[in-house]
Design a protein around this ligand. Sequence first.
Ligand code: HEM
Length: 256
Amino acid sequence: MNALGTALLQFWKSSIGKKLIVAVTGILLVGFLVAHMVGNMLVYQGQEDLNKYAYFLHHFLHGWGIWLFRLGLIGAFALHIVATIALTRQNKEARNTRYAHEETVQAPRSSRIMIWSGLTVLGFVIFHILHFTIPVHPDLQGLKDPNDAKMVDVYTMVVRGFQNPLVVLFYIVAISLLCSHLMHGISSLFQTLGLRSEKTRLLIKRVGVGLALVLWLGFISIPVVVVMGALGDGSQEKPKPAMSAPASSSLDVTKS
Ligand code: HEM
């Protein structure tokens, strides 16, 4: 093995190396969540804005952008999970050696909660991708923007996707677990990066809780608002006269 390979292997084998990988990939994933939540807020601006935004995401850099982004996201997600599992095993082995004669050796409560909330997030992401990215439900497939057929009607897909209260409940539970994972994760990543001291501990805790709360409210608001019927079904919205209807059309309100 060459020098770089040996150094990388040493880095991976060390506990601090894996902690750094968990922390850095965690930062990238939180960055994705913030961007995704902000982008999703366009649903409140209406069908046209959300669909244009989705169209942009799928077409920037001639369609390569989204695939580069997906590769980065999958890589960060996979490394985050693999490094966490390896770290948990390493810690358990260390504890087992230390307390070889104790009958039950348990991981700390917070790290067990982190593992279970993390696994729920993984399950949620798989469900979510089958829900919206590669919609498997026939009602959510092949939707086209009523004003511009080259664009996917993501707005109507989201509104239709949250008509079932059980689906909404699942989103609420999964996103709540995700946010509890973040509350703990954000402050421990500051510790891993050596940025947490007695002085900054409280501030960092507040930042973690605040960010998790903003993400929770932002994400949860969409299924809740939709299931309450407070967001119009885009497919029933009238197309804008200037864009879609000829001057003589009955939709041209200026003529009536
Ligand atoms: C309830 C709030 C949410 C809504 C309304 C929502 C909406 C969407 C929509 C519409 C897409 C498909 C975009 C497209 O293909 O044009 C999508 C993709 C995705 N969402 Fe969400 N999302 C929500 C929450 C989340 C959460 C909490 C996570 C992470 C845990 C997440 C992770 C993803 C991922 C990984 C993709 C695939 C991105 C890609 O196309 O590569 N979403 N979401």
